[in-house]
Write a protein that binds this ligand. Structure first.
Ligand SMILES: Cc1cc2nc3c(=O)[nH]c(=O)nc-3n(C[C@H](O)[C@H](O)[C@H](O)COP(=O)(O)OP(=O)(O)OC[C@H]3O[C@@H](n4cnc5c(N)ncnc54)[C@H](O)[C@@H]3O)c2cc1C
Length: 354
């Protein structure tokens, strides 16, 4: 049996971000790390986007950055500009490549497919595998995206569309999301917020084809890449173990009202590495009680009144962009919070506190 000081279970976004940070901060000079990962090879499987409200290690994996975005409903179109917090997109293929290249140079880091040959009793374990559980009460953000290349230059690549609610809602919350990487290349996603209990919402390909043809008015295009996923809009209930720290989605790093997780994972990795010498005694990191409280009410409203959500989102973006972006990226101060909250239907939210 082999012994390691640290074991990371799941070499995905959180596991590799942590391994990178440990290596970059020289914490693995005299310590050993095993990464347990089942996948055979690493290739692009996700496209991570976020408002850049803080520095991170993966600027060289950013494929596009925007200062402008839009939100649409059936009746409104709103364009928002913010140069202080650009919206960035990271290609997961570049992210994996960068990290794997770096950590392969450190002989104290080893990959395994499982923990069978390891003595895990004395290690500190960082776990990114959520328990398999679902309940009919839980909401998910589920989606499929296609990256298309068009014959002609049709996209305005200076502005991306965060949410287009002008589409079939089917008694849930549904929007399209378009990231134009170039004038002839964009990732287009159909996104649902639902309890994942209605298979009729899963005709993603038809939804995407209709949107591309009838709304974006694109006839000739090639699909270059596809991604699909379901982000839990609830915190997984992982078993508490003395030597285990949960990270990534399993560690509650998802902002429940938005699904944004990537930058929280980076913050969490830094926190762990800063405390690594004393990590077993360190306070469990979380994204903030304030956001957990507000998101809980937000999701209750979403659950009860899905038909109101397009306008709620639309109105929220009427607040000053700096405040909304900081609020959605959990970096807001009390003034930002108030600015955003005042754009919400107050009585509806107050009624749903209880
Ligand atoms: C398609 C997609 C797009 C997303 N886009 C965004 C975005 O734009 N912005 C954002 O902020 N968030 C986004 N998210 C949410 C979140 O950032 C990602 O899900 C992120 O990958 C979460 O990181 P993680 O490490 O928790 O999980 P993962 O990255 O999924 O890593 C888990 C790893 O564990 C491995 N594994 C699974 N089972 C085992 C096992 N039994 N033993 C060992 N290894 C195992 C998997 O192969 C995987 O490598 C997206 C999610 C998806 C699915």
């Amino acid at each position: 049996m082999k012994d390691f000081d640290y074991i990371i279970i799941g070499g995905g976004c959180a596991g590799l971000s942590l391994a990178y940070e440990l290596d970059a901060k020289n914490k693995l000079k005299d310590k050993t790390l095993a990464i347990i990962e089942t996948r055979g090879d690493y290739k692009r499987d996700k496209t991570w986007s976020f408002w850049k409200v803080m520095d991170h290690n993966f600027e060289d994996c950013v494929i596009k950055s925007w200062d402008n975005f839009s939100v649409n409903t059936e009746t409104g179109h709103h364009e928002i500009q913010n140069k202080d917090y650009p919206y960035q997109t990271i290609d997961s293929g570049l992210f994996y490549e960068k990290i794997l290249k770096r950590i392969s140079l450190n002989k104290n880091i080893k990959f395994y497919k499982n923990t069978e040959s390891l003595n895990i009793e004395n290690s500190i374990i960082f776990n990114s595998i959520p328990p398999k559980s679902n309940s009919e009460l839980n909401l998910w953000q589920h989606f499929k995206g296609v990256e298309i290349k068009t014959e002609k230059n049709i996209f305005d690549d200076e502005i991306f569309n965060l949410m287009d609610f002008n589409c079939d809602q089917r008694k849930n919350v549904h929007f399209f999301y378009t990231l134009p990487f170039a004038k002839n290349k964009a990732l287009i996603e159909t996104t649902w917020l639902s309890k994942l209990n209605n298979n009729t919402l899963n005709d993603y390909d038809t939804q995407l084809q209709d949107y591309i043809k009838n709304i974006l008015k694109i006839k000739n295009y090639e699909v270059k890449y596809k991604e699909q996923g379901a982000i839990p809009l609830f915190f997984p209930k992982s078993e508490k173990k003395n030597n285990t720290i949960n990270i990534g989605s399993a560690g509650g790093m998802t902002r429940l009202s938005t699904g944004y997780t990537f930058l929280n994972i980076q913050d969490h990795s830094r926190y762990i590495v800063n405390q690594i010498e004393n990590i077993k005694k360190a306070k469990i990191y979380d994204i903030g009680k304030k956001y957990k409280f507000l998101d809980k009410i937000f999701l209750k409203v979403l659950n009860r009144y899905p038909e109101k959500m397009p306008n709620i989102f639309f109105n929220m973006f009427q607040a000053p962009s700096r405040s909304v972006i900081k609020f959605l990226s959990n970096k807001s101060n009390i003034l930002d919070d108030l600015t955003v909250i005042l754009k919400m239907p107050k009585w509806l939210f107050i009624k749903n506190i209880f």
